[in-house]
Design a protein around this ligand. Structure first.
Ligand code: NDP
Length: 282
């Protein structure tokens, strides 16, 4: 009863404090969305387009980006430009930000969302994969953030980082992916403090997501878990609202907030539930 009461207080307090979102505030804003050829990134692009933003989208597959950009224009984007880039490359992350600054003449939102493919299996000792995935899912975020910060400072803009519950709770089968999300939470959590201490104009929002029904995620967990998956379009809207209202953290679906709070209260129960949520025969 005490646990339920504490949880209810935490949830009510968080809702009470939530700032109001004004869709008009996104009209004409200059936005970069990474990993926008598919999944949550694609949905992010469509929502920003409906709000009338000016968008630069990026991912590796140029022909897919072109189609997403065309759809963005038809949905109401003031501008929809695309640039193909590989976030494992040393220079592409900065090249993307430079392109956006040149084409849009500034930046209001830098939404870092892309991830490289990673297996859903027990770790097999592949250290090279971890080196590579850290480049794609973590180092490129740091590079893009550093390159974009001066423009965001000028526009009183926002940096939005798409993370995961697996960046707060370790889980089996995703050691390389989970490492990159823990790294993001650590780095951008630290940067949030530093920007606040410097009285910077820039807000950083770190978004924690649970399982979302994108094609790549569904393909990975198929037959391995019964954990429910939530719609990518709702996840994307939640991310956009978190950034637009300058909240330091966002959670979707709602219970990821609860889990990230209570996970350390009863570690043996948390660990047991985590392991039993997967089907595995040794
Ligand atoms: P997807 O796998 O559907 O999309 C990944 C995107 O990243 C694609 O646009 C892909 O495009 C791009 N990408 C892949 N590799 C590279 C690369 N080397 N360089 C540049 N772009 C690349 O991911 P989701 O939509 O499922 O996830 C989006 C975000 O949400 C991620 O940060 C993820 O961690 C987070 N999240 C997702 C969850 C889920 O269940 N789906 C759960 C929790 C968090 P292309 O192939 O064209 O390069």
């Amino acid at each position: 009863k005490l646990l339920l009461a504490s949880v209810s207080v935490v949830l009510i307090a968080s809702k009470w404090n939530a700032p109001t979102f004004d869709p008009e505030s996104l009209k004409g804003v200059k936005v970069v969305v990474t990993g926008a050829s598919t999944g949550i990134g694609e949905q992010l692009a469509y929502h920003y387009a409906r709000f009338g933003a000016q968008i630069v989208i990026t991912a590796r597959r140029e022909h897919v980006l072109q189609q997403v950009a065309e759809r963005c224009l038809s949905l109401g984007a003031q501008k929809a430009l695309y640039i193909a880039a590989d976030m494992a490359s040393e220079s592409d992350p900065e090249r993307v930000v430079s392109f956006a600054l040149d084409q849009l003449g500034g930046l209001d939102y830098l939404v870092l969302n892309h991830i490289g493919p990673s297996p859903f299996s027990m770790w097999d000792g592949d250290v090279d994969h971890i080196r590579w995935i850290m480049k794609v899912n973590f180092f490129s975020y740091v590079q893009m953030a550093w390159k974009g910060l001066p423009a965001l400072e000028q526009s009183k803009g926002s940096l939005v980082v798409v993370s995961s519950l697996l960046g707060k709770m370790p889980s089996p089968f995703v050691a390389p992916y989970s490492s990159t999300k823990f790294a993001l939470n650590g780095f951008f959590g630290s940067l949030q403090h530093e920007l606040a201490m410097k009285k910077s104009n820039v807000s950083i929002s770190i978004c924690t997501l649970g399982l979302i029904d994108t094609e790549s995620a569904m393909e990975k967990v198929k037959g391995k878990t019964d954990v429910p998956a939530y719609p990518a379009t709702d996840a994307a809207l939640n991310i956009i609202i978190t950034g637009a209202t300058r909240q330091p953290e966002g959670y979707y679906p709602w219970f990821t907030y609860l889990l990230s709070i209570v996970k350390d209260w009863f570690p043996s129960i948390t660990n047991y539930s985590m392991r039993s949520s997967y089907k595995y025969e040794p």
